[in-house]
Every structure is written in structure tokens, then in C-alpha cells.
Design a protein around this ligand. Structure first.
Ligand code: GLN
Length: 486
């Protein structure tokens, strides 16, 4: 039998149910992996070993008492450190939240706890989820399990590395402009960004409120679907959640995509895309066609504007959201006799350089004389990007393309050039601005053995169709089963 940390989620659930192993054994196996490997990977900001084992014992007891066991009873989970879990630190990768211990749990996490899961720990992230590599974490950089000298992607890089390295069976991330899908692609795991408003953000430390989504990183699409089915749906504590009924995604048993049309946007195969990435994604699209899907070229003409639009809107929203960190209510407070000085020094010392850059860009874009030129204009172009997708989805069911232009880059390679780093997001930003769901799945490796991801997009709330197609791909290929030798 495979080792416990190698089981996929369905095998773990089944093994616990059958009594092949206990939740304590399963949880201890992951904690041991963390102990052995996290010195090198640095995926976790906080490991909740004792709490997790106590929960595991309770889960075993509950199962033993033969009460109706919740579906995910005793299954461990890793949580990105921008989501609150009661009585565990929540830093968002920032010094300004050092020492903050939330007294409440994010709804997305709570729903999984209610279904029986337990939290192994909090994973590393770029500060306030601003970045594409985890290098902007104020604490340390996470390493890619496929090559320790490279980044795992970001901002949910800790979650991606934890899943890829077998330190957690599955993890939560967040995606504002690509932060679930890009690290999934660079670390060789699967990652879902749901429709905007599908999953609750109560208890999520906000970055860009018109964009932020809670998503899942897992070893397979089937694993992700299990969690997404539990998390989705209206939350009275988050007014931005949709009250549209949740359609439980049931994954088909046969890899058959007959009747489905997949659009391939010209704008996603441009100069600058690494040849190995293009080749692997084209081969994956061919695999979808081999399962019966019709494939046709489409155009999303405003794609090139997504980057400038996002890098006005997201910082503008961030500058407003981050105003609450003033040394009074949460975390760090740099003492000073004068209260205004205290605010200034707390923010000056508590925020890192990328966060400060975004606050300045955002404040500028929102300022009286420039609001129409920047923020107003960006909002208009965002509408054009949304319309591109609406028009495309009149002709096709799903859209496919590369998740990122390149495979994982070296630690330090882009860190002194913010624009180079922002270019990582060219293919994840447009769909984020449109609010539609997207998933990244592994589709191969480059010549250096680094994983490549393909993205699929669906119309608003069509998660089921998206998960089904991505699952069909994984039924006929084994890229997602390959594991790094860490
Ligand atoms: N890399 C993008 C940024 O830096 C997206 C981050 C995210 O989705 N949280 O803003």
C-alpha cells in the first residue's frame, strides 16, 4: 500500500471509514513529513501540531462511537495564512500582523471543519497576497519541491508547495489575480478559483475586494471538487456571496467530452510564452479533442489591457482595505508618545516594500485629480474584458490556454523588477477581472523537469462543467500523479 502521505483525498476518506488507519495516524504522517521536509521547503508559517492531533483523537473517538460520521471526519487541511482560524496566528505574511490571534474562523474553513476536517497549520504567502512567488512574504521564501532553487509561485505558494511535497493532502488558497492557479501551475498541482461570490470571504484578510476569491489547491480535480462542494454557497456573514443555489459537482465516470466546445484564444499563445509551455498546453487541448470535444480558435481582444487594469484596480482596493492596519486594532504597534507618529511608524515598519508600492499606486489612482483618468478608465476597460468573455461563451462552453507564460523561475530572478513579476499574471488576470471560474491542471514538464499548467475557464457559476472537463482530462492522463522527489 502507498504511504499515508501519498494517498489522495478519496483514498484517505475511504481508509478512515474502513478503519484501515486512524485520523491520528494520518495526521501524524503529515506532521512527520512537515518535520522532515519543511526546513527545506518552508511552506508553513505556523504548524498546529498539538491542536491537529487533539482534533484527530476527537475524530477517531467520534467515529468509534459510531455516530453518523461527517464526510471528511479526521482529514487534515492546510490553510493559507490570510484566512482566519480561531486561536491560530494569522499574519498574511506581514510583520504588521505579527502577534494577531483571531478569535473567529473564516466561513470557508468553518464549513470544512463542520464536515470533519482538521487544520495542520497556516501556509506562507506573499505579504497580503501581493505577489507571484512568496518572495514578498515578510518571513521567508517558500521553495519549489521540484527544484529548491526556484519559487513555488504565489501568492498561495506555501499551500502549493505543501500539497506538491506531500506535507498536506489538500490546501486552501486565495486568488485575486491568479494566486491559486499560478502557484498550482508552477508547483505541479491542481488549483481552482471559483466564480466571484461563490465561496464566502468572511474571515479572509481582504486585498482587492472586487476580485478576492477563496479556492482550493489539491493533487487532483476530484479532490478539489470534494472541498468545493462543501464550501460553496451563500453566507449571511458575507454580503458579496451569491444566493444562487449550489449545484453539487458530480464527476462523471467516463472520460467523454462529446458535445462540448472548447475555445482557444489567440491572445494566449503569443511571443514570450516558453516553447515547452505552448507545446504541452497544445497537446493537452488535443487530448480534450480526442475525448470528443470540438476545439475552435477564438479571440479575447482586450486581453492585453488586463494587466494595466488589474494593477490600477487591485492596488486601489488594497489601499482602502489596508487603511485599517494602524497599530490600534491588530498586531504590531510601534510605540510613540504621539498617536500620529505611532500610526506612521507602525505602518512604516510593519508593511514591506511591495505593499507600500501598491498603497502608493492605489492612493494615487483614487486621488481627486486622477480618479477619472486611472480608476474610472480602468473600470470601463474591465467591462470590455468581461464582454470579451461573454461574447466568447456564446460560441464555446469552456476556454483553454496556458496558466503562466513560463515554468517556475529562480528565487531572486524577478525580485528587483516588479514589472517582470507582474507579467507572470498575464493569463490569470483577465478571467479574474471577469469574475469567472478557472482551474489549472498539470499538463507536462519542460526540459528542466519543471511542471507546466493549463487553465480552463467557464462562464459564471459553471463550476460543474469546469470540474468535469478537468477531471476527464485527469482520467486519461497521469501528469497530476507525478510527484517530486524531495
Ligand atoms: N500576482 C498577483 C498580484 O501580485 C495576484 C495575487 C493574488 O491573486 N493574490 O497581485
Amino acid at each position: 500500500m502507498a504511504e499515508l502521505h501519498e494517498l489522495d483525498l478519496r483514498q484517505a476518506i475511504e481508509g478512515l471509514k474502513q478503519g484501515d488507519f486512524s485520523s491520528r495516524e494520518l495526521t501524524a504522517a503529515f506532521l512527520q513529513r512537515i518535520e522532515q521536509l519543511d526546513g527545506a521547503l518552508q511552506a508553513f508559517l505556523h504548524v498546529a501540531g498539538e491542536q491537529a492531533l487533539t482534533q484527530a483523537d476527537q475524530a477517531d473517538k467520534q467515529r468509534g462511537e459510531n455516530r453518523e460520521a461527517p464526510p471528511l471526519l479526521g482529514v487534515p487541511l492546510a490553510v493559507k495564512d490570510v484566512l482566519a482560524v480561531a486561536d491560530m496566528p494569522a499574519t498574511a505574511g506581514s510583520r504588521i500582523l505579527e502577534g494577531f490571534l483571531p478569535s473567529y474562523t473564516a466561513t470557508s474553513v468553518q464549513r470544512l471543519l463542520d464536515a470533519g476536517m482538521l487544520v495542520l497549520g497556516k501556509t506562507n504567502t506573499d505579504e497580503f497576497a501581493m505577489g507571484s512567488s512568496t518572495e514578498n512574504s515578510a518571513y521567508f521564501t517558500t521553495h519549489n519541491p521540484w527544484d529548491l532553487e526556484r519559487v513555488p509561485g504565489g501568492s498561495s505558494g506555501g499551500s502549493a508547495a505543501a500539497v506538491a511535497g506531500g506535507l498536506a493532502p489538500i490546501a486552501l488558497g486565495t486568488d485575486t489575480g491568479g494566486s491559486v492557479r499560478q502557484p498550482a501551475a508552477l508547483s505541479g498541482v491542481s488549483g481552482l478559483r471559483p466564480t466571484y461570490g461563490r465561496n464566502s470571504r468572511y474571515g479572509l484578510i481582504a486585498f482587492g475586494s472586487s476580485l478576492d476569491c477563496v479556492g482550493v489547491l489539491g493533487r487532483s480535480v476530484a479532490d478539489i471538487a470534494i472541498l468545493q462542494n462543501v464550501m460553496a454557497g451563500r453566507d449571511p456573514k458575507d454580503a458579496s456571496t451569491s444566493d444562487r443555489p449550489v449545484e453539487t459537482a458530480v464527476l462523471q465516470k467516463k472520460a467523454d467530452l462529446k458535445g462540448l466546445t472548447i475555445g482557444v484564444p489567440n491572445e494566449y499563445f503569443i511571443a514570450g510564452v516558453q516553447p515547452a509551455v505552448e507545446a504541452a498546453v497544445r497537446a493537452a487541448i488535443q487530448a480534450l479533442a480526442d475525448m470528443g470535444a470540438a476545439v475552435r480558435e477564438i479571440s479575447l481582444p482586450h486581453t492585453e489591457y488586463a494587466l494595466p487594469v488589474y494593477y490600477i484596480l487591485a492596488p486601489a482596493e488594497a489601499s482602502a482595505n489596508l487603511a485599517r492596519f494602524d497599530g490600534v486594532r491588530y498586531g504590531l504597534r510601534v510605540k510613540d508618545a504621539d498617536v500620529i507618529e505611532m500610526f506612521k511608524r507602525t505602518r512604516g515598519e510593519g508593511f514591506g516594500p511591495e505593499v507600500k508600492r501598491r498603497i502608493m499606486i492605489g492612493t494615487y489612482a483614487l486621488s481627486a485629480g486622477y480618479y477619472d483618468t486611472y480608476y474610472g478608465q480602468a473600470q470601463k476597460v474591465r467591462t470590455l474584458i468581461q464582454r470579451d468573455f461573454e461574447a466568447a461563451f456564446e460560441q464555446v462552453d469552456l476556454i483553454a490556454g496556458p496558466t503562466t507564460p513560463t515554468t517556475a523561475f529562480r528565487i531572486g530572478e524577478h525580485s528587483d523588477d516588479p514589472l517582470e513579476m507582474y507579467l507572470q499574471d498575464v493569463f490569470t488576470l483577465p478571467s479574474s477581472l471577469a469574475g469567472i471560474p478557472g482551474i489549472s491542471v498539470p499538463v507536462g514538464f519542460d526540459e528542466g523537469g519543471l511542471p507546466i499548467g493549463m487553465q480552463l475557464f467557464a462562464p459564471h457559476f459553471a463550476e460543474t462543467k469546469l470540474l468535469q472537463a478537468a477531471h476527464a482530462y485527469q482520467m486519461t492522463t497521469d501528469w497530476h500523479l507525478k510527484r517530486p522527489s524531495v
